[in-house]
Structures are given as structure tokens and as C-alpha cells.
Design a protein around this ligand. Structure first.
Ligand SMILES: [Mn+2]
Length: 298
């Protein structure tokens, strides 16, 4: 069993309201750490990066808080590169977000050590908006676009190369058509990103195994971006931005996560978009934390 290098990124810089800046502490305390310890998983907890609460940014309506988002991403990149550089004894990174834009920073750091890495983008959204095409200006709807080199150069060019990821090394898994217009899906196809939308998906764990095998065959190790909004909010309303009656059921989503994280090529997990404000009594987060601990223990 490999150990875990844990880091929290308490940032809501890239989103539309408060909450996610408190997620890393919330998830740790919901039983993640005790669950991992109880299963004998060795965890090195590197603490949290500086807390970045949400703030409005009316001066930049098409790229809200871009400078802050880039600063957080740069910080994350530096920390991840250092954590992954610990030699053979280094565990796999487990990153607790924070909004979705932190994954751009995680990848930027990860690629310093793993230039052939793949990305399983397990998310209820397609995230291919750009400051040119957006209506909201919210950067956490733009993460995948920037990873693939589109969007604003300040964010797309933060890593060791440009674009950060070739499309062939990315799979978009679990987004719903309701949040992904045909034009966005076509753009992603044009980037050679293989897609497994949740809409109409039969047997999600089997599709997850197929997707993971395909990605691992052309890119290793595989980093898993897990936005909890990939889970139907009607059943499990923990995500910052709800997706009601869309996406995967809780059990199916966690079964897919299990497939990704227990694959031989698995190389790290980023958990994003947990909003403690959606879970006042902590029950949803406790369930998620227990299941994630069980999955990571293998
Ligand atoms: Mn999402």
C-alpha cells in the first residue's frame, strides 16, 4: 500500500460564492484522516496553503479574480512539485480543494515530475468556457479549457510547458449534457479528448474501467480530478454548484472513483467543489470521507 501526501488548498478564488475556502479542514475533520489511519494508510499531512475566501470582482466580469486564481495555482504547483520530488519514498498526492481551478495548479506541479501523466477529469461539468466565450466570468467553469491551452495566457501558461496537457492524455468522464452544450462537446472532441458523458451512460463502473485502461495505456501515472458535482445533487447535494437530477448516482460515482483510484496507473487524487455550507450537520461529508478513505486504502 502506498502512502499519501496530503495537502489542502482552501480557495474559493475561482468560484461564485463562499464556502469552499473551508472545505479542506471540513473534509479532514469529517473522518478522512481517522478513516485512513484506521486502515493503516500512512498519511503525511502537509497542511493547508493560505486560505483564500471568495470575494466579488466586478472589475473583471469575464475573468473574475484571475490574478488570485493564478496565484493559488502557482502556489499549488510549487507544493505539488516538491511533494512529488521526494524520491521513491514519496506517496501519492491527495489534494483537498478548493474550487476546480486548483487542478490547473496541481497539474502544473505534477508535470514537473511526471511529464507523461494523464488526467481523468471526473466532473459534472465540461469546463471548457473561456473569458472569450463565458457569460459568468467564473473561472472554475474554465479549468479544462486552460489545461488544454485555451483561454487566458496568465492561467494557461503557468506550468512547465504549453499547453499543459495534450488532449490525448485527458479523459472527460461523467459530465452531463445539461451543462455541456453541443458546441463545447465538439470543441473538446476537436482537442482529441475522449469523453464519457454521464448522460445515457450504462454500467458506469464498466465504462470507468474501460476509460482508465485506455488512458493508462497512453499516459502514466494518471491523476484523478474528482469534482463532487459529478454526483446527482438530488441524491447527494454537497457540491458548491448543484446539478439536480443530472449526473451519476452516489453509489455509481463512488464505484467509478474506486476503479480510477485502485488502478495500477493511479498517481494522485484532487477533490474539488465540496462546500460545507451545503452540509450543515456534516452527514454528507462524513459519508464521502469514509468512502474515499476506504477506496484509497485499496
Ligand atoms: Mn464541476
Amino acid at each position: 500500500m502506498r502512502g499519501i501526501e496530503l495537502i489542502g488548498v482552501p480557495s474559493a478564488a475561482g468560484t461564485h460564492g463562499p464556502g469552499q475556502e473551508d472545505a479542506p479542514v471540513w473534509v479532514r475533520d469529517a473522518g478522512l484522516l481517522t478513516g485512513l489511519a484506521a486502515r493503516g494508510v500512512s498519511v503525511r499531512d502537509h497542511g493547508d496553503l493560505p486560505r483564500v475566501p471568495f470575494r466579488p470582482d466586478p472589475e473583471h466580469p469575464r475573468q473574475q479574480n484571475l490574478a488570485l486564481v493564478c496565484e493559488v495555482a502557482q502556489n499549488v504547483a510549487g507544493r505539488i512539485a516538491a511533494l512529488c520530488g521526494g524520491g521513491d519514498g514519496a506517496g501519492v498526492p491527495l489534494v483537498l480543494g478548493g474550487d476546480c481551478t486548483i487542478t490547473v495548479g496541481v497539474l502544473a506541479g505534477y508535470l514537473e515530475r511526471h511529464p507523461d501523466a494523464g488526467l481523468m477529469y471526473f466532473d459534472g461539468d465540461i469546463d471548457v468556457s473561456t473569458p472569450q466565450t463565458t457569460t459568468s466570468g467564473i473561472l472554475d467553469t474554465m479549468g479544462l479549457a486552460h489545461l488544454l491551452g485555451a483561454g487566458t495566457p496568465e492561467l494557461a501558461r503557468i506550468g512547465p510547458r504549453y499547453p499543459l496537457m495534450p488532449g490525448e492524455r485527458v479523459i472527460a468522464f461523467g459530465y452531463d449534457f445539461a451543462e455541456a452544450p453541443e458546441s463545447a462537446r465538439a470543441w473538446l472532441t476537436g482537442q482529441n479528448v475522449t469523453q464519457y458523458p454521464a448522460t445515457g451512460m450504462d454500467d458506469p463502473p464498466a465504462r470507468a474501467a474501460e476509460a482508465m485502461a485506455a488512458l493508462a495505456a497512453r499516459s502514466r501515472p494518471v491523476l484523478v480530478h474528482f469534482d463532487v458535482d459529478v454526483i446527482n445533487s438530488t441524491e447527494f447535494p454537497l457540491a458548491d454548484f448543484p446539478h439536480f437530477n443530472e449526473g451519476l448516482g452516489y453509489e455509481d460515482a463512488l464505484a467509478c472513483l474506486r476503479v480510477f483510484c485502485q488502478h495500477q496507473a493511479f498517481g494522485g487524487l484532487v477533490i474539488t467543489e465540496v462546500n460545507p455550507h451545503r452540509d450543515p450537520d456534516g452527514r454528507l461529508t462524513a459519508r464521502l470521507a469514509a468512502d474515499v478513505a476506504e477506496i484509497l486504502a485499496g
